[in-house]
Unconditional design. Structure first.
Length: 434
């Protein structure tokens, strides 16, 4: 398995920022992404405006290392979903820890990957429309070192890709690699039967400029591990049927892949049940593991720890992404308002969880855990409604750090997030591209 090279971080760090960038001080000079680490800013000293999205670098590094150990120990590779963070700095960390590829969901995301040097991209979507299809082939024509994979789940979809290959012939030896997507009734995209998947695979195998690379699914919308098992089994067993029918025209390993954020234990367990008389690459596409969260993925990971038959690495995934805000007002008993809202933090998979507080007047040496009874009950665009118990220590001007759920829809609210050390000193700006 060829590793992909590290990214062009120098080009990323050279990008310019200014005080209009959310998260930078209002009086900051014009500076580059790389300059942020040199400013000596501290979240707890009040050097940065609130609200502020931060990532704990020690937890981030531990999460990345944990998943690297998990995949290596279970005959998997990971192609982490870039849409979670859209941060090439974080892509580079994942590549350093052995990522086989970076997954994208759109052509814009593919272009971000290409811009900073990702050489193997898995577009976990079926391109639709002439512009998107042509963009895939032009990416191959523009850089013969890049491997590009995309999905197909219908004969019409393959016809669009085949026509694109005729308009924009890929370089010899570097076709557009196709994974047949399998789905389920009531779900999103994905062919609904094994027979249909094999029919599509036969057409891909015969199309100039295309190559059948394997089969995949996204099981994350299914409600239980048992229902996910059925779909994951379909992927592995249909891939084996395609091998028996001689549909793979390359000697490369057959790819079987699943999303894996909530059910990555079941992906391993089910994929390993099917024996192939040919090399196989089992590809996990989880992206949320890197920062994890305090609600939905935390619950999913507890289930994995409780139920899995696998041997897991020591430690575990911990929430690394936090959003901090000022206490703005305590207008009535039992209610506190903070300077954070829907524009700053995810709310589609659960409201933020208040974790810790800090009074920036020199009276506290470090943030303290908030007493029980503090709970977010509503978010407006720019305000957070916090139910506050009697005896709460909070007052106007205090800082509160919140855990989040669904990292994807917190990251996309920030063009820059701050990487911080254990004392919440800024060690790097993380640029995103949403």
């Amino acid at each position: 398995m060829a590793l992909i090279p590290r990214l062009d971080i120098a080009a990323l760090d050279a990008l310019e920022l200014d005080p209009s960038t959310k998260g930078l001080p209002y009086d900051a000079p014009r500076l580059t992404v790389g300059d942020v680490a040199k400013q000596g800013w501290s979240v707890l000293d009040g050097d940065l405006p609130m609200p502020l999205a931060v990532i704990r670098q020690d937890i981030l590094a531990a999460n990345s290392a944990w998943m690297s150990a998990f995949t290596a120990g279970n005959d998997l590779v990971i192609a982490p979903h870039g849409k979670t963070t859209m941060s090439p700095h974080l892509f580079d960390l994942q590549i350093a820890d052995g990522a086989w590829a970076i997954t994208a969901a759109t052509l814009q995301q593919v272009e971000v990957c290409r811009r900073f040097g990702v050489k193997r991209v898995l577009l976990a979507n079926q391109p639709a429309g002439r512009q998107a299809v042509d963009a895939c082939f032009r990416a191959l024509q523009g850089d013969n070192a890049i491997e590009l994979y995309c999905l197909a789940d219908s004969l019409d979809g393959v016809a669009m890709l085949a026509e694109g290959a005729l308009r924009n012939p890929p370089p010899a030896g570097n076709p557009l690699r196709i994974l047949i997507e399998m789905g389920f009734e009531g779900g999103r995209t994905g062919v609904r039967s094994r027979a249909g998947a094999l029919e599509i695979a036969r057409v891909v195998a015969a199309a100039p400029g295309l190559e059948l690379a394997g089969f995949e699914c996204f099981e994350g919308m299914l409600p239980t591990p048992e229902t996910a098992d059925v779909l994951i089994d379909d992927v592995a067993e249909t891939a084996l049927l395609a091998l028996e029918q001689g549909l793979y025209t390359s000697s490369a390993p057959i790819i079987i892949s699943a999303g894996g954020s909530a059910f990555f234990d079941r992906v391993v367990e089910r994929f390993n049940r099917v024996a192939f008389p040919h090399p196989v690459l089992r590809v996990l596409r989880s992206g949320c593991y890197l920062t994890h969260d305090s609600i939905a993925y935390a619950a999913a990971f507890r289930r994995i720890v409780d139920e899995t038959t696998l041997t897991l690495p020591e430690g575990g995934l911990e929430p690394a992404l936090e959003v901090w805000a000022h206490v703005q007002s305590r207008p009535e008993p039992g209610r506190t308002m903070l300077t954070m809202g829907k524009r700053d933090v995810s709310h589609d998979a659960g409201l933020p969880v208040p974790l810790r507080w800090y009074r920036p007047d020199g009276s506290m040496s470090a943030p303290a855990e908030l007493p029980a009874g503090h709970q977010v009950v509503a978010l407006n665009d720019q305000h957070c409604h916090l139910v506050t118990p009697e005896g709460s220590p909070l007052k106007a001007g205090d800082l509160v750090g919140f855990g989040i759920s669904h990292p994807c829809t917190t990251f996309d609210k920030w063009s820059v997030l701050m990487l911080v050390d254990e004392e919440y000193r800024v060690t790097r700006a993380l640029k995103t591209f949403f």
